[in-house]
Design a binder for this molecule. Structure first.
Ligand code: AMP
Length: 344
């Protein structure tokens, strides 16, 4: 009897999905439509829940299920979230993750999503570790172009992502097909519910105007995040690594110089402006990238990067303008955009 108990205990410890690892873990997910999914592994922890690799029991297809925990102490799921999910379910683009099933309960929302082997962070780590020669300027072009096409689509539907970062850029194995994930949800979750994990939210892709307390964000917010990822792809490490909002702001200032009314009109009227911010002379983004880049780049790449990472959000390049930037001339993506654009 004791031996059996011990074995059970051991099994529980080895199985990442065992109920002992967390009361939130799932054994089998049944959606209201009746489809069943068996969990295979934990893929990642997001801010508000875990993501599982699952297999649909009837078709054996692989999916990802994101289980979002409601905050029972407060108001649970805001009605705006429900509205937003409903809108997102209607949005279809080859570079935006597809929600295939959706289920609600008092405690959770479960989203079944198409499965992607990598997110951009995991893919970069994987290629860097293998010293893979396919990690070159063309790879960066293909990845960036798809991110920009997806974000352009969101912006044209008046949706801001607000949390673009490598962990939210999913990539299929083989052809590097990009799928933006978590779009819109970040908007819903930006203020209300308590983070599910204790992990610190990544600030590295956050636009300076956000850190200064600007409330009426524009599409420039997403462009800044895209610019940070673009730079990171060349540097093979994040551009601005802050450990708090103020540190993040200072990391940006150390490259661009302490802001002033010339580079950011209205700077002194931002809620978190402080006249005692330290003084940094501008180092220049171009110099910073030239000094640290790990991938061969060209002038077009630098020109595009400089147009994305502009301190004044109004002066940042738009997705539409980026799409026709010479950097992307001749880019070969796994999506036939002529067909897609004609459908919209
Ligand atoms: P998220 O909560 O969307 O930030 O997801 C947390 C992590 O789970 C991501 O960084 C990915 O590594 C992984 N993940 C999320 N969605 C998927 C998916 N559809 N396919 C594979 N992995 C995913």
């Amino acid at each position: 009897m004791k031996k059996k108990e011990n074995n059970k205990q051991k099994k529980k410890q080895n199985n990442p999905l065992s109920p002992s690892s967390s009361s939130e873990d799932i054994t089998k997910v049944v959606f209201s439509c009746g489809r069943q999914y068996m969990p295979l592994a934990v893929l990642g922890k997001g801010t508000y829940g875990k993501v599982y690799k699952v297999q649909r029991t009837d078709t054996k297809e692989i999916f990802a299920i994101k289980k979002i925990k409601m905050d029972v102490d407060t108001e649970g799921i805001p009605s705006t979230a429900l509205r937003e999910i409903a809108i997102l379910k209607k949005i279809h683009h080859p570079n935006i993750i597809n929600i295939t099933d959706l289920s609600f309960s008092d405690k959770h929302i479960e989203l079944a999503l198409e499965y992607c082997k990598f997110d951009l962070k995991k893919l970069m780590d994987h290629l860097i570790k293998k010293n893979d020669p396919s990690y070159n300027i063309n790879f960066i072009k293909v990845i960036m172009y798809q991110i920009i096409k997806a974000t352009d689509f969101l912006h044209s539907h008046k949706i801001l992502h607000r949390d673009l970062k490598p962990q939210n850029i999913l990539v299929k194995e083989g052809n590097f097909l990009v799928k933006l994930a978590d779009f819109g949800l970040s908007r819903v979750y930006s203020i209300p519910i308590r983070p599910y994990t204790r992990e610190v939210l990544t600030l590295w892709y956050r636009a300076p105007e956000m850190m200064l307390g600007m409330c009426n964000y524009s599409t420039g917010l997403d462009i800044w995040s895209i610019g940070c990822m673009f730079g990171e792809l060349f540097l093979k490490k994040p551009l601005f690594v802050g450990d708090s909002e103020i540190d993040q702001l200072f990391k940006i200032m150390q490259v661009f110089g302490t802001f002033n009314e010339d580079i950011l009109p209205g700077y002194k009227s931002f809620p978190f402006y402080n006249q005692d911010f330290p003084f940094w002379k501008p180092k220049g983004l171009r110099n910073y990238v030239v000094e640290h880049a790990q991938v061969l780049f060209d002038d077009n790449a630098l020109d595009l990067l400089e147009k994305m990472l502009v301190i004044d959000p109004i002066k940042r390049i738009s997705c539409r303008e980026m799409i026709s930037h010479p950097f992307f001339e001749g880019v070969k993506c796994p999506v036939d955009y002529d067909k897609v654009d004609n459908m919209v």
